[in-house]
Design a binder for this molecule. Structure first.
Ligand code: HPA
Length: 273
């Protein structure tokens, strides 16, 4: 069998077995997925780092600013799995692109998932460099990673999708680090083009506080898989039309480190027993 045919047959269990062979079989309870410009935290995992290209079905290294590797080991004293980057819907048009990686995390024993992303702000008091804990989200894209799923499990309840218990723990971690953690609603826009000012005005009226191109499909998949999930945005810019600054992916990557340092402290404290 050719290597690609062999790879195409891998299930989450087979991927977990590959990861176990490198990282050991000690269970991993908590996982992090790092967003654009935020991937550096994966290097702080004391353990093993497995490049995504050794894990068929894990994201392509398609977006600059991501670290395409899986770190398994200790962070803040807790054994974690950290994905240094994700695949976005806009890369290949697949809203379920992160399904196999999340199923693999579940097969490793993960029950708690923290997602991070870079986002544009629609709140004047939440400038670039701010952190926002997602209280909820709006699926502005209309896409869904569970379309085509055959089982009844596809009817996932999304009330309190963003875990109140995890959110409380993240709030406490930010408080202990004396880092301001805003809370608000995140709207998923498909990308890869940024929003128009009129779209931002519309999303604001709908009740969103921040906008980005990821996270929502992963929250839906996490709830489908029975994982507890919460998410934090690092604000890299004011959304389109709300400032004179030109929005670009370069700008996102340049601004992400501002919030990434604070995010790393909050997450490390959250993981400290
Ligand atoms: N819009 C969408 N995605 C983003 C933005 C934005 O303004 N900033 C960072 N990611």
């Amino acid at each position: 069998m050719s290597k690609s045919a062999e790879n195409a047959l891998l299930t989450a269990e087979a991927l977990a077995a590959r990861i176990h062979a490198v990282a050991g079989t000690e269970p991993v309870g908590t996982a992090l997925i790092l967003g654009s410009g935020l991937g550096g935290l994966v290097e702080q995992v004391a353990g093993v780092h497995i490049p995504y290209d050794e894990l068929p079905g894990f994201p392509h290294a398609g977006v600059s600013g991501h670290s395409p590797k899986l770190g398994i080991g200790l962070l803040g004293g807790t054994r974690v799995a950290v994905l240094g980057g994700r695949e976005h819907y806009y890369e290949r048009g697949n809203p379920a692109a992160m399904r196999l990686p999340l199923e693999t995390l579940k097969a490793l024993g993960v029950t708690r998932l923290i997602l991070t992303n870079a986002a544009g702000s629609m709140q004047p008091d939440m400038p670039p460099g701010s952190l926002m804990l997602l209280s909820d989200h709006i699926n502005f894209s209309g896409l869904n990673p569970l379309i085509g799923e055959k089982t009844e499990a596809r009817f996932v309840p999304m009330t309190e999708a963003h875990s109140p218990a995890l959110r409380a723990a993240l709030r406490a971690a930010a408080g202990a680090e004396q880092i301001a953690l805003h809370e608000g609603v995140y709207a998923w826009y498909s990308g890869p083009s940024f929003e128009t000012p009129a779209e931002i005005r519309a999303i604001r009226i709908l009740g969103a506080d921040a906008v980005g191109m990821s996270t929502v499909p992963e929250v839906i998949l996490a709830r489908f898989l029975g994982l507890e999930v919460a998410a934090i945005s690092v604000i890299t810019n004011m959304a389109a039309g709300l400032s004179d600054e030109r929005i670009s992916h370069e700008h996102t990557k340049a601004m992400a480190p501002l919030g990434a340092v604070k995010l790393a402290r909050v997450l490390t404290r959250f993981l400290t027993p």
